[in-house]
Design a binder for this molecule. Structure first.
Ligand code: A2P
Length: 342
């Protein structure tokens, strides 16, 4: 049995972690919800019990004898407090981008590179990848094995949950304002997105880099190759859309071998945690309303390029708060428990 801490327990991913830890039957002796000073005493629910949030400090991990610490409170919080948790003997499963590209920290999607978890001993930290990257590598892994991927082009359609509770609230507030004919005021008050998100799409997530790509796009490039131990050429365009909590991706892969649609469907269907929905004759394909609140990556619209026999196109969708964050983190914990023989 484990003492488990959730750093950021009042946030969108933190709340989802509370549910997924229970659903995945992680053997919890004690659960300690942590957040900032302003949330001290706020109650969260775990296994039907109300638990009071405590303040995150460097000492709390030792005081509470924490074995597993999930961090989901932003990069600067992880930078400061994850080393305290590791120092106190906990394994840290960090949902932020802070440690992801550190060569001493494993970056893990359990369906794709579970063996990398073994590297955790070096720093005590395991990094949880970016949400768009997680759902993409789960669908790339079986296709790479079959056809040998060389290049990936991807356009994302990312839900507002990727910007946390505040992002979800901003979309809600703007939608409410639209129905009250008061949108202008709400748009002036916006805090999270650079433009109005209701009834709009914004081709800009995270900061622009000197190379013209955004940080979110560079996460997809660098993290994909780290997780898959590959050297793919990757060209992402990350776009925020007014969807609540599932990301979609239109993906094109350029392969070494000729691609085959039936074979692609077969290897995707046989891969862990993927469901293929691809019956265009019945208007059946993956969509956010299907993926939300589930733990699967849905793949469909699988088709061969019209001009190049080595190119395959498809669409994938997954719940950002679960597959893209909480569920991946809990699957890492489950594998870690198995591997450490605890
Ligand atoms: P709090 O509610 O006390 O601010 P989201 O991603 O949905 O925005 O949630 C962010 C989570 O991270 C919240 O639980 C938030 O707690 C927590 N958090 C943010 N800043 C800090 C901080 N400096 N110390 C501890 N927790 C923090």
């Amino acid at each position: 049995m484990f003492n488990v801490a959730i750093v950021g327990a009042t946030g969108a991913v933190g709340e989802e972690l509370l549910r997924v830890i229970e659903e995945y039957e992680i053997p919890v002796k004690k659960l300690v919800p942590l957040a900032s000073k302003r949330s001290v005493g706020v109650e969260v629910e775990f296994k039907g019990e109300k638990l009071k949030v405590k303040e995150l400090t460097c000492e709390v991990f030792e005081e509470e004898e924490i074995d597993i610490a999930f961090f989901s409170a932003g990069g600067s919080v992880s930078a400061k407090f994850a080393p305290c948790a590791a120092e106190a003997g906990a394994v840290v499963i960090d949902n932020t981008s802070y440690f992801r590209m550190n060569p001493d920290v494993p970056l893990v999607v359990p369906e794709v590179n579970p063996e990398d978890i073994a590297l955790w001993k070096k720093t005590g930290i395991i990094a949880n990848p970016n949400c768009s990257t997680i759902q993409m590598v789960i669908s790339l892994a079986p296709l790479h094995k079959e056809f040998g991927i060389k290049r990936v082009e991807v356009a994302t359609y990312q839900a507002v949950s990727g910007a946390g509770k505040k992002g979800m609230e901003e979309l809600f507030e703007q939608m409410r304002a639209i129905f009250n004919f008061k949108l202008d005021k709400k748009v002036e008050e916006r805090e999270v997105f650079p433009w109005q998100i209701a009834l709009n799409v914004i081709p800009h997530i995270d900061k622009f880099q000197d190379n013209g790509f955004t940080r979110e796009e560079m996460k997809m490039v660098n993290e994909t190759n780290k997780i898959m131990h590959t050297n793919f050429e990757i060209a992402p365009t990350c776009v925020r859309v007014p969807v609540l909590r599932s990301h979609s991706e239109a993906i094109t892969i350029y392969c070494e071998k000729d691609v085959d649609v039936e074979k692609a469907k077969e290897v995707l269907e046989n891969f862990e945690d993927i469901k293929v929905i691809d019956n265009p004759e019945n208007n059946e394909y993956p969509m956010p309303i299907i993926a939300t609140d589930t733990d699967y990556v849905y793949v469909g619209r699988i088709r061969k390029d019209l001009f190049n026999s080595k190119v395959l196109h498809f669409f994938n969708v997954a719940d950002q708060l679960r597959v893209g964050a909480a569920t991946n983190a809990v699957r890492i914990a489950k594998k870690w428990i198995e591997m450490e023989g605890k």
